[in-house]
Design a protein around this ligand. Structure first.
Ligand code: NAD
Length: 261
């Protein structure tokens, strides 16, 4: 068997993909030939322009569908509106940093809804489509924080550990079918989500930007380098290849050695 990666004819739905890792994964899957459904909770011209740009660059069909991943029915509707979902990338995510006693309840609820429950809803809606199509890939974007913890990120870490559990269950429920489910666990990737954490961390540690990046953020990332959205797109594309047919129910770390410590 030739292990080329040709995703022509497959449709990939990527939640939270108008920026950062989701957009990077969408671009790489499009390069491999997959039709793309981008998503976020906004409905701006810029969102639709991203889809047009991907279609122009690669020749695939690319659409943008607005759906709020904090709301279960909208998660399910996204998959229904996509019409096909051979590759499901559960990527939408937010962060909030605070000690547990002060952690705002509404932030806890929002993080659990967007970072964890959305993947349950999209997976529930997508699996019947994958079964009808006779092939499927569920790729959940967890985190190094799905395997380890840090203080002040209770909701994020609970959700990211939870999504690893959901991944394993999805894999077992589909184990005898040509469907796989895996989680990618990135270390720090310089995206808007991480960028937005820098000012607070600078204040918290009374440090300049460079010191925060090197000594706080990348403290636990032995490579001392951020992972890139292209590397994550490449990892997701590999998980969609025939070489990955027997890779299911596991985590793939892209963390510069973080979880080896
Ligand atoms: P980002 O802020 O660039 O992207 C987050 C995406 O989620 C955006 O497209 C945003 O619009 C979308 N989103 C947020 N709330 C939504 C909602 N209610 N409905 C629909 N979409 C919504 O951040 P990112 O760094 O690209 O993060 C993407 C994923 O990768 C997240 O799940 C994050 O936890 C995970 N991750 C990121 C890093 C990192 O270092 N950047 C590390 C590990 C894991």
């Amino acid at each position: 068997m030739a292990y080329t990666i040709d995703l022509t004819g497959k449709t990939a739905v990527i939640t939270g993909s108008n920026s950062g890792i989701g957009l990077g994964i969408a671009r790489m899957l499009a390069q491999a030939g997959a039709d793309i459904v981008l998503n976020s909770f906004t409905d701006d011209e810029a969102d639709h322009a991203l889809a047009a740009e991907i279609a122009d660059a690669t020749g695939v069909t690319a659409r943008y569908i607005k759906a709020d991943m904090s709301k279960g029915p909208e998660c399910r509707k996204l998959i229904e509106e996509a019409g096909a979902c051979d590759i499901l990338i559960n990527n939408a995510g937010i962060q909030h940093v605070a000690p547990i006693p002060e952690f705002p309840v509404e932030k806890w609820d929002a993080i659990i809804a967007i970072n964890l429950s959305s993947a349950f809803h999209t997976t529930a809606a997508a699996l019947p489509m994958m079964r009808r199509a006779g092939w499927g890939r569920v790729i959940n974007i967890s985190s190094a924080h799905g395997l380890t913890a840090s203080p002040y990120k209770a909701a994020y870490i609970a959700a990211k550990h939870g999504i690893v559990g959901l991944t394993k269950t999805t894999a077992l429920e589909t184990a005898e079918e040509p469907i796989t489910a895996n989680a990618i666990c990135p270390g720090y990737v310089l995206t808007p989500l991480v960028e937005s954490q820098i000012p607070d961390t600078m204040k918290e540690y009374d440090m300049d930007r460079e010191s925060v990046i090197r000594d706080v953020m990348l403290k636990r990332q032995p490579s001392k380098d951020f992972a890139t959205v292209e590397q994550l797109g490449g990892t997701a594309t590999f998980l969609c290849s025939a070489a990955a047919d027997q890779i299911t129910g596991t985590t793939v770390s892209v963390d510069g050695g973080w979880t080896a410590l």
